[in-house]
Design a protein around this ligand. Structure first.
Ligand SMILES: *[C@@H]1O[C@H](CO)[C@@H](O)[C@H](O)[C@H]1NC(C)=O
Ligand SMILES: *[C@@H]1O[C@H](CO)[C@@H](O)[C@H](O)[C@H]1NC(C)=O
Ligand SMILES: *[C@@H]1O[C@H](CO)[C@@H](O)[C@H](O)[C@H]1NC(C)=O
Length: 259
């Protein structure tokens, strides 16, 4: 009974497949063709809309870019009167004009910044980390350095960062990395950023290769802060003796982002 069924089914299949070849193509009704055309038209319109929108956005972007570069310069304050001249005038401004500008105008071109590197003798009084401010990759501009402190000369918002590395291979120790500010308005130091860690030596399986392996701890802090002229920024480190001295393991720096 079951075999008979299997034997007959290919015949049924063959007949069906032949029938599908001989079936006449069904013409689409008129309304279907009409709606297909309408759909194509709508898609076309949407694409055109996107292209036009893109053109306007790129135009607007160019205009705002031109304006933001120019806004702070006196030559550009008349730009709304003579838009096309604006770009031309900007290219004419050489270094002579910049050096003749008042300090506030010069700020735009010479933003203060500093990058201080780890010293070979980084341990200072009251856990204040000491830095190298000249030579190598260390640099300061319109900021100065004195005994571990980075001094702000020009008021503004600064991006401030600091990284330290310690060797915490000891039984247990509390490690605290802080970035502090001393400002004339308060007679107490202000904490700007802090990271804290309590480390105990991990019991590793005995491996003759790294019996005295170092347990290194890294901390990186960064943020944006407002500083007045005369503010002092410094880094303190609890357990400072464990700092891993080296100019690239430890560093701090800042740069003005506004105005
Ligand atoms: C801006 O234009 C005004 C008159 O439209 C003129 O008096 C002034 O000097 C111009 N300022 C600059 C910086 O060119
Ligand atoms: C910033 O430093 C430059 C030299 O690097 C100096 O000419 C300029 O006067 C300084 N600006 C301020 C406001 O101190
Ligand atoms: C910061 O100010 C406090 C309080 O005036 C002072 O004790 C401390 O020595 C100052 N720190 C630095 C690094 O100047």
């Amino acid at each position: 009974m079951a075999e008979g069924g299997v034997g007959t089914s290919p015949q049924v299949f063959v007949v069906d497949s032949q029938a599908s070849y001989t079936m006449p193509r069904e013409e689409k009704p008129r309304w279907a063709r009409g709606s297909q055309n309408l759909l194509l038209l709508l898609v076309g319109l949407a694409m055109l809309g996107l292209v036009v929108e893109g053109y306007f956005i790129s135009n607007l972007y160019k205009k705002t870019e031109e304006f933001s570069i120019c806004r702070s310069h006196p030559f550009c304050q008349n730009m709304s009167d003579s838009k096309n001249k604006g770009g031309f005038i900007m290219t004419q401004i050489g270094s002579n004009e910049i050096s003749n500008m008042s300090p506030t105008q010069a700020q735009v071109h010479k933003r203060p910044f500093a990058h201080l590197m780890g010293s070979s003798n980084p341990v200072g009084e009251k856990d204040v980390v000491q830095w190298v401010n000249k030579g190598g990759e260390a640099i300061t501009q319109n900021m100065s350095y004195d005994k571990g402190r980075l001094l702000v000369e020009i008021e503004g918002f600064y991006y401030l960062y600091s990284k330290v590395q310690l060797n915490a291979a000891e039984d247990c120790s509390l490690i605290q990395h802080k970035v502090m500010k001393n400002t004339s308005a308060y007679d107490q130091s202000i904490e700007l950023m802090k990271s804290k860690s309590f480390r105990c030596k991990t019991q590793k399986p005995v491996n003759p290769k790294n019996v005295d392996a170092e347990d290194l701890w890294n901390s990186f802090l960064a943020g944006i802060f407002h500083f007045q002229s005369g503010d002092e920024i410094f880094v303190t480190l609890e357990n400072i003796k464990k700092i891993r001295s080296g100019s690239t393991y430890n560093f701090m720096g800042a740069f003005m982002i506004f105005p």
